[in-house]
Design a protein around this ligand. Sequence first.
Ligand code: SAM
Length: 282
Amino acid sequence: MTHNSGTLFIVSTPIGNLADISQRAIDTLKQADIIAAEDTRRTGQLLSHFGINTKQIALHDHNEEKKVPHIIDSICNGQTIALVSDAGTPLINDPGFNLVRAALEANLIVVPVPGPCSPIVALSVSGLPTDRFIYEGFLPAKQGARIKHLDSLTKEPRTLLFLESSHRIVASLKDMQVTFGEQRVAVVARELTKTFETIKKAPLTELIAWIETDPNQTKGEFVIVVDGFDKAVSDKSEVEAENIIKTLLEEGIGVKQTSTIAAKLTGKKKKEMYNLALELIE
Ligand code: SAM
C-alpha cells in the first residue's frame, strides 16, 4: 500500500425491497471509480433506480481469479472500487473472497458498507436461539450427499442456517425430517422483504405438510432456520420411546410393528426404534 492507494468497499444491497438500501451504500456507489458487480445487468437496474452512473465491471465466480490482480493494481493506483453482488452481502455465498483476501495481502484498506444479508434477516425473525448459530449455505444438490451432510449435523446444538432454492425446498425439508427427526422445529423464510414474504415456524413434519398443500409456498427464494439439537429433550424422548416400546412388546406386538408404531408416536427413525426394541427384548 502507498499513501496514494484507493479503497475497496464491500457494499451490501437489498435482497428484494429496494427501500432497504442504505444512504451510505448509495453514496459509496456514486463516488466509486468502478463498481465490480456479480452481474452488471442486474446491478444496472439497481443503479438506474437510484440514478447512479458509475462505470461497472463484471466480477463473478468464473472470472474472479483472472480479474483480481487488475482490480488490486487499480486500487494501488488510487482508484476506489465498490464490490456488490446480485443481492445482499457480497461474499456470503457470493463472489468476492479472492478479491478481499488479495486486497488485505496487498495491505489495502477494505471497508464494509453493511446492509441486508438473507440468512441473518431470517435468523432475526425465526424465534430460534440467536446467541449461537452456524451458517451452512446451500446443501449439496444430490440427495445422498445432502443426507450425509445433514447426518453430520444432527447433534449440532447451535441454530442452523441454510439457503435453499425453490426446486429443492421440499426435498431438503424431507431429508431434514429424516435426519433431524419429525419434531425438530424449523422456520421457512420465503421471499424476505418482498411482496410474498412468508415466515412459517413449525416442527418439520408440519412444515412439509403445509408447504405441500399450497404450491405457492414452493416459489421464490428461501432460507431455512433449524433449531439446534437439545440433549435434554432428546434424553426425555429416549425414555418415552423406551416406555412405549416396552408397553407394546408386553402386549405381544412383534418387534417390527412395535418399531413402526413407536417411530410414528415419537417422531424418531424407524431403524432407531427397531434397534431399541431388539435391545429391550433381550
Ligand atoms: N449474499 C446473499 C445474501 O446476503 O443474502 C446470498 C446470495 S445466495 C447466491 C442467494 C440465496 O440467498 C437464495 O437462493 C436464497 O436462498 C437466499 N436469499 C436471497 N434473497 C432472499 C430473500 N429475499 N428471501 C429468502 N431468501 C433469500
